[in-house]
Design a protein around this ligand. Structure first.
Ligand code: KG4
Ligand code: ZN
Length: 350
């Protein structure tokens, strides 16, 4: 089964050819960082235009790299939700045209769901379920319980900022360039960075809650950097934002943000075990799974808990089309193919 996947939900134009669900024959990602960098965020209209210009060259490149022809494709998959509506429409329209002209099935894939599949790319297919799913990206931060690839139940989600969004905003507070998350990660790893220099809050929410919150952490970082607004005259002033201080603030932010995720994973495993569900695997995905500290702590956590960890290789953490084509193979096998009336939808279906 050879599937061509397309991904255009945000600021990456991507195409990939995947064989039998997990063997990545090619994966091409054209990022638009250079276009949105000066605005410190993605500008939807510019993203759509760039997708329109790039989608066909990216598809041709993916086929070339895979050494495959259009005639060999068994299906066309596309991330059709969630995302920026104009950006999604480019991928959905391209995928429909290809599926119709080649006479092969079209498979619409939920982008967030596909992030959970990313750790299965090029990996041996051990039995995974029941699995806990963690998606941490620029737009989403959610926990799921999966009984199989088609039965996905959301256990909790962020009530304010997504984790990647919080990293990006924290990077802006510290004066780091776009893309903020990877730059903050690099700074937090700089020699001598002290992750306990500032005590930033780890959000817990209610004792039972499996939701996340990052806005308090972001505000605490802002105050640690610029001072508390309308503070008393005699209150201590914030330390000067030297390179050393920035490094310490980045490390302290990262410790608190990652700590909040681990806390919710513990809660979820315990909550599920009380209900008689023993989690076998932790499936992870989304841009923030590229974070060095999160990767390290997830590995330690999974070992301690006796849970198998599927952590995507770096290239499949951020948006890519291999995860779309991979999950599409499971959907196709289950008969979940789409009609040519497939719609682009801004929200997730999960
Ligand atoms: O999954 P993704 O490419 O797009 C969405 O679906 O949102 O995730 C992008 C997000 C951005 O917020 C980016 O700053 C964050 O992932 N990110 C990171 C790292 N690499 C990417 N955040 C923290 N540390 C990183 N190394
Ligand atoms: Zn994504």
């Amino acid at each position: 089964m050879l599937i061509l996947g397309l991904e255009t939900s945000c600021d990456e134009t991507a195409a990939a050819v995947v064989e039998d669900g997990t063997r990545v024959r090619s994966s091409v990602v054209a990022s638009q960082h250079e276009i949105h960098g000066e605005y410190a965020g993605v500008v939807p209209e510019l993203a759509s235009r760039a997708h329109s210009e790039r989608v066909l060259p990216v598809v041709r490149r993916a086929l070339d790299d895979a050494g495959a022809s259009y005639a060999e494709l068994d299906a066309i998959a596309v991330g059709h939700r969630p995302g920026l509506i104009g950006a999604l429409l480019v991928g959905v329209s391209a995928a429909k045209s290809l599926a119709w002209s080649l006479g092969v099935p079209l498979v619409g894939v939920d982008h967030v769901h596909a992030h959970l599949y990313a750790g299965s790319m090029n990996a041996p297919q051990a039995k995974a379920f029941p699995a806990l799913g963690l998606v941490v990206s620029g737009g989403h931060t959610s926990l799921y319980l999966l009984d199989d690839w088609l039965s996905v139940r959301r256990l909790g989600a962020t009530i304010d900022d997504a984790m990647g969004e919080a990293f990006d905003k924290a990077a802006t507070i510290l004066g780091l360039p776009h893309p903020g998350g990877p730059n903050l990660d690099r700074l937090a790893r700089a020699p001598g960075a002290n992750d306990r220099a500032v005590d930033l809050p780890v959000s817990r929410l209610g004792g039972e809650s499996l939701d996340f919150s990052f806005s308090g952490l972001k505000t605490a970082l802002l105050y640690a950097t610029r001072g508390v607004p309308q503070a008393r005259e005699d209150a201590p002033k914030p330390l000067a934002l030297t390179d050393e201080r920035k490094r310490d603030l980045a490390a302290s932010f990262q410790r608190a943000a990652v700590g909040a995720v681990l806390l919710k994973l513990d809660r979820a495993v315990e909550h599920l075990s009380q209900q008689g569900t023993k989690v076998r695997t932790l499936l992870t995905g989304g841009g923030v799974t590229a974070n060095s500290r999160l990767r390290g702590e997830l590995e330690t956590w999974a070992n301690k808990r006796g849970v198998a960890l599927r952590l995507p290789p770096m290239e499949f953490c951020v948006d890519n089309a291999a995860m779309i084509a991979g999950l599409a193979c499971e959907l196709h096998a289950a008969g979940r193919v789409s009609g040519l009336d497939l719609r682009a939808v801004p929200t997730t279906g999960l």
